[in-house]
Design a protein around this ligand. Structure first.
Ligand SMILES: Nc1ncnc2c1ncn2[C@@H]1O[C@H](COP(=O)(O)OP(=O)(O)OP(=O)(O)O)[C@@H](O)[C@H]1O
Ligand SMILES: [Mg+2]
Length: 442
């Protein structure tokens, strides 16, 4: 991949969406914002082709075995197998980037259950993961005849956390180091057996602290708004985005002239992971016959490895079953809906949603417009309660309409049917690469 020099006209923009649950990346041809064509969009296959996995989604997970470091779905699979031991994968580590004591959290060693060798700091493991992601992006680019050899500018998407912009230097430093580590490890990154521990440690050491590479930054919700506005005959003048992922639920909006309505920006540090924790507790309560702490822990770890799938089937079928040591427990959606913590989460989310929507509506009224449009993205867009919240939304003095999470153009033959089913999760990467520079925060 060649880096566009200052002032040079890059041909493609790649946006990395480093998600709490899944990382994604997409390339979009420069100029697509003004003259959109679906062929200008290339979701990148960072997920590899692992059984059951989606090629466009790379699990944000790292697992340290006795001898190797594993990434993505391999890490999740190995952690599931090791559930009965005291080992677990490092997951949801993106939320560390929002910690007030970011530097301290990163400098700390990972817990013994994650790295029993005491070889890696949490920062090391995140850098190794980002090196894998960067290598996977480079591979996907090299395999695409239009992208290979093209000049490419890079961006990443970030939630609108407090002080989000001040994080830019630190996150760029992580990505820059990751690129240097990826360059040192080369194809060894993709060895199905993982990277030998000593090779990983050596690459981290040799990479040092390289000079920061050039990365742009776009807020996640702005990115989602950008994709929602292209390819439409009559795009909404005021557009609100609800992005429920695994780590955060973000609300944001663009107004006329596509400036961001800053008053509408709200981030909740509660999303899919929070629902997973509630479900985990509910399932543990259904297993009263476990006597020892070790048995409880083994069950907890095994549930941890499958809880996302449990939640997803709960939302689709209204119930889900889990099997542990030959015993099956079922859980129904109504168990979740009557849970006190879940109700509190829903209340909090509705309050944030209404505050954000009222800010958008107030701006629309000021701009003498009569309609506000909402779109839901992220994995949470599939959840019935998010769809219902969007469908039944009302605001003073304006009509509230909604866009489908998957736009018509995602069904284009250019994507061979692969993009539409997971579009809500790829929306940020695609929109982030589509957004014009003036909508980017850096
Ligand atoms: N069909 C589904 N029903 C309910 N939840 C789902 C479904 N599919 C995915 N999810 C959930 O969506 C979340 C992942 O969505 P997404 O990829 O948008 O998150 P992320 O970008 O990794 O997180 P964040 O944006 O918070 O950093 C997970 O919690 C996952 O379990
Ligand atoms: Mg996300």
């Amino acid at each position: 991949m060649t880096q566009a020099g200052a002032g040079a006209q890059a041909q493609w923009i790649v946006c990395i969406d480093f998600g709490t649950a899944f990382s994604k990346a997409a390339a979009v041809r420069e100029g697509a914002w003004g003259a959109f064509d679906p062929r200008m969009v290339r979701p990148l296959t960072v997920g590899g082709v692992s059984p059951g996995g989606n090629p466009f989604l790379l699990e944000s997970a790292v697992f340290v075995t006795d001898t190797h470091v594993l990434f993505g779905s391999e890490a999740v699979r190995a952690a599931g197998v090791a559930a009965a031991s005291k080992r677990q994968a490092l997951r949801s580590f993106k939320t560390m980037l929002s910690a007030a004591d970011f530097d301290r959290a990163l400098a700390a060693f990972a817990p013994l259950s994650i790295d029993p060798h005491r070889m890696f700091s949490q920062r090391d493991l995140i850098v190794l993961y980002l090196a894998y992601l960067s290598g996977a992006i480079a591979r996907a680019i090299a395999a695409d005849p239009e992208l290979a050899g093209a000049e490419i500018r890079r961006r990443y998407a970030l939630p609108a956390w407090k002080g989000g912009q001040s994080m830019h230097g630190r996150i760029t430093a992580l990505f820059s180091k990751a690129e240097a580590v990826a360059a040192r490890l080369g194809d060894a990154l993709f060895d199905p057996a993982g990277i030998p521990l000593a090779a990983a440690a050596e690459a981290l050491k040799q990479a040092g602290e390289p000079a920061p590479l050039e990365f742009g930054m776009v807020f996640e919700a702005t990115a989602a708004a950008a994709y929602s506005l292209v390819g439409l005959k009559a795009p909404a003048s005021h557009l609100m985005v609800v992005d429920m992922g695994a780590g955060t639920t973000d609300f944001a909006a663009l107004g006329e002239g596509r400036d961001e309505i800053v008053d509408a920006r709200v981030t909740l540090m509660q999303a899919g992971d929070m629902i997973d924790r509630i479900l985990l507790d509910l399932l543990l309560q259904k297993a009263p016959n476990l006597k020892t702490q070790a048995e409880q822990l083994a069950l907890w770890r095994s549930l941890m490895a499958s809880i996302r799938e449990v939640k997803e089937s709960l939302f689709i079928d209204g119930r889900a079953a889990v099997t542990h040591q030959g015993k099956t427990k079922t859980i129904a959606a109504r168990d979740l809906y009557k849970d006190r913590d879940f109700k509190a989460f829903l209340r909090e989310m509705k309050r944030a949603f209404e505050n954000s929507l009222n800010a958008v509506a107030a701006r629309a009224v000021k701009d003498k417009r009569k309609e506000v449009c909402i779109v839901a993205v992220g994995g949470g867009a599939y959840a019935p309660f998010v769809q219902e919240m969007v469908r039944s939304a009302k605001a003073p003095k304006v009509r509230v309409a909604s866009y489908p999470a998957t736009p018509d153009w995602a069904h284009s033959a250019a994507f061979g049917g692969n993009l539409a089913p997971i579009f809500p999760q790829l929306a940020i990467a695609i929109g982030g690469a589509l957004a014009p520079d003036r909508l980017c925060a850096a």
